[in-house]
Design a protein around this ligand. Structure first.
Ligand code: BES
Ligand code: MN
Ligand code: MN
Length: 459
């Protein structure tokens, strides 16, 4: 029975519609962690999830933190067998720009195989597949082939530190496990399962340039007073070499772990069509750091990007002023072994040197996250690879990803076992964008993959 999981897979085929309806209930809770206005919804979402874990047959509780609660659940009825820890996040990104959504962002809408809703792929749909797999196995057999634990956080999207503090203090006590499974990323392509072995890190900065104590008439004062927006533009332009794409923050590349030859070969061997990559995002040319391919740049090289810039007159028509201040949000994606704090300090120091006299610069260091490389060796990794192959009918490719999941580096350091990054999303899922979606077939195949993974790990 456990060799092909047929019993549980049949049950999933019978019950999958009800799993989808439950996922829709989960998606209807607008758990936006970055916006305090949604606080009650985020908390309600934690309670909903705790209840779902209990209904599945887990011992579950809400763990309070200084930020949003963690939801923890476990089933430890297989002594002597391995323990897998499932991680996910129940918080979601904000919905703006709301006018671009085809449907209300928190009303899950089926469009063919797509379930459109904020959080559909990132990360409610993907991580709920873990829970439904366990629920289906417990319902069918009354037991699991191995032990499972779940830790689902509520502030991944806001770079919150609650789970970080918890995992470090726990130090592998309650969270002791043989491997971690995370589904919060994408497959390399449609129908192509993937195991990710590297994620980038992050140093998120905010820059504020302050000049005169009020907006000034640009005729009366223009030419005699430093303009904070001009100064900010100058500063931003100084962050990156326009020809080579190199980041100019001194020391930025000092600790960068170079891409290895075997990785560059494997990346190059993956199917990649530049036009197919550009078409859905509406660009006509790619650009980036000299000497690297697009995949190498987004998976294995650090970057510095402006996320937003503000200040001055933004209304209709023309208004002739020198603005009093200007600001920008800047994120740097980091790679192993860059230290987010060291990079943030280097940025802050460098920025002070880039502004002309007559204005003040203030730098705020927001959240950071370490990049990570995880090991892909051992029988549990092999079991996961085989399980993905069973369900998707194709062996997974081993790839890196450009996004960040801050807690993964800590899991990797503190918990010992391998971290398996098994994404069920697709690159066109529009995560963080309007009309985010998750393919319903991927939700079901995600559930099936985890069933196979547990059976194979238990064998
Ligand atoms: N699930 C994403 C990260 C991701 C996306 C990994 C695609 C691999 C492929 C996650 O929810 C996310 O958005 N992370 C943030 C982290 C930041 C707020 C520290 C990110 O990468 O911007
Ligand atoms: Mn996510
Ligand atoms: Mn996200």
């Amino acid at each position: 029975m456990a060799t092909d999981s047929r019993d549980v897979l049949d049950r999933i085929d019978r019950d999958k519609e009800s799993y989808l309806e439950e996922l829709k209930d989960y998606l209807r809770i607008p758990s936006v962690s970055t916006d305090p206005e949604y606080r009650e919804d985020v908390l309600r979402c934690a309670d909903w999830l705790t209840e779902q874990m209990r209904a599945a047959g887990l011992q579950a509780e809400r763990i309070e933190t200084e930020g949003y609660p963690l939801v923890y659940g476990e089933w430890m009825g297989a002594p002597g067998k391995p323990t897998v820890l499932f991680y996910g996040h129940y918080d979601v990104q904000p919905v703006d720009p709301i006018e671009l959504w085809r449907n209300p962002p928190f009303e899950p809408t089926q469009e063919g195989d797509h379930l459109v809703c904020r959080g559909a792929t990132d990360d409610k749909g993907q991580s709920y597949a873990h829970l439904k797999a366990v629920a289906a196995m417990l319902a069918e057999r009354g037991s699991l082939p191995i032990n499972v634990k779940f830790i689902i956080e509520g502030e991944e999207e806001s770079g919150g530190g609650a789970i970080e503090a918890f995992v470090r203090a726990d130090a592998g006590d309650r969270l002791a496990c043989d491997c971690v499974v995370v589904s919060d990323s994408s497959m390399y392509g449609p129908g192509q399962p993937s195991l990710i072995y590297g994620l980038r890190g992050m140093a998120y900065m905010e820059v504020k340039v302050t000049g005169p104590n009020r907006d000034l008439h640009s005729g009366t004062f223009g030419g005699a007073v430093t303009n904070p927006l001009n100064a900010l533009a100058h500063l931003i332009a100084g962050l990156q070499d326009p020809k080579t794409g190199k980041v100019l923050v001194p020391g930025f590349y000092d600790d960068v772990l170079p891409l290895e030859d075997w990785e560059r070969k494997e990346f190059a061997a993956l199917p990649f069509d530049e036009d197919e990559y550009m078409e859905p995002i509406g660009v006509s040319q790619l650009w980036g750091e000299e000497g690297y391919t697009p995949k190498e740049r987004s998976w294995g090289r650090p970057t510095c990007d402006v996320n937003g810039i503000f200040g001055g007159y933004q209304g209709n028509g023309a208004k002739t002023i020198l603005p009093s201040w200007a600001g920008a949000k800047v994120s740097m994606r980091l790679v192993p072994n860059q230290d987010p704090e060291k990079i943030a300090r280097a940025f802050t120091k460098f920025v002070q040197t880039l502004v002309p006299p007559g204005v003040k610069v203030e730098v705020i260091e927001h959240h950071g996250a370490e990049a990570t490389l995880v090991s892909l060796d051992g029988p549990l990794v092999d079991a996961a690879l085989a399980a993905m192959g069973d369900v998707w009918g194709k062996a997974p490719v081993k790839v890196r990803e450009g996004g960040s999941i801050p807690i993964v580096a800590t899991f990797n350091q503190v918990l010992g076992g391998p971290v398996l990054l098994l994404g069920f999303g697709l690159n066109d899922d529009a995560l963080h964008s309007p009309n985010e979606k998750f393919n319903i077939s991927h939700f079901y195949n995600g559930i099936r993959s985890i069933v196979r993974l547990l059976d194979r790990m238990g064998a």
